[in-house]
Ligand binder design. Structure first.
Ligand code: IMP
Length: 194
């Protein structure tokens, strides 16, 4: 069975291929492997809403069973923001450094005991004539005051996962995959296939 992951991110494709290694009948392809189609902006109020919209678009345009994910950082002291706006928090989509610096400045007066946050990921699986299935993953932790580490992306340098002293940007990619919101959601998706 061919399944489309509605993403151009090679890291996400590789990660899901590793997780699906014991499902040899599944051939996972990405957006670069199918004919281009118009990709709608992410405008939903929730991670699940964005993931579902992306997966349904992918199914509609390609006819393939399709997976899509949406993720971000939910900070308790900011009532769950940046949330679905994580990628464009500073106003420019994908400017990781500006996003992270704005968040640190906003949290300047937030004391250590109230700096809890969690990375959250929703993965939607859309198939023809079946209700879309949605699974979630979560990586709880806290936001520190100065960026540390050079691995990863996004808010990783200012996020220390619970049970660790390193930031997510100081962990190896294998160590991060094992505890990450995306890893957990993708493993939940793999269980759906069983
Ligand atoms: P997307 O779901 O891949 O589009 O990610 C949305 C945004 O959330 C990214 O641009 C990052 O700012 C943030 N984000 C999501 N997952 C991670 C992560 O594992 N580490 C750091 N930032 C993340």
């Amino acid at each position: 069975m061919k399944i489309l992951l509605a993403s151009r991110n090679k890291g996400k494709l590789e990660e899901l291929r590793r997780i699906l290694a014991d499902h040899p009948s599944i051939e996972l392809v990405g957006l670069d492997d199918v004919d281009p189609y118009p990709e709608a902006p992410e405008t939903a109020a929730t991670f699940a809403g964005n993931a579902e919209a992306k997966a349904l678009d992918a199914l509609r345009y390609t006819g393939l069973p399709s997976i899509a994910d949406d993720s971000g950082l939910a900070v308790d002291a900011l009532n769950g923001m940046p949330g679905v706006l994580s990628a464009r928090w500073s106003g420019t989509h994908g400017d990781d450094t500006a996003n992270l610096e704005l968040l640190l400045n906003q949290m300047g007066d937030v004391p250590d005991e109230r700096r809890s946050a969690a990375f959250v990921c929703a993965v939607a699986f859309a198939q023809p004539n079946v209700e879309t299935q949605i699974v979630f993953g979560r990586m709880p932790g806290r936001v520190i005051r100065e960026p540390r580490g050079a691995n990863g992306f996004g808010y990783d340098p200012i996020f220390v996962p619970d049970g660790h002293s390193e930031t997510a940007a100081e962990l190896s990619s294998e160590a991060k995959d094992a505890i990450s919101h995306r890893g957990e959601a993708l493993r939940e998706f793999a269980k759906l296939l069983d």
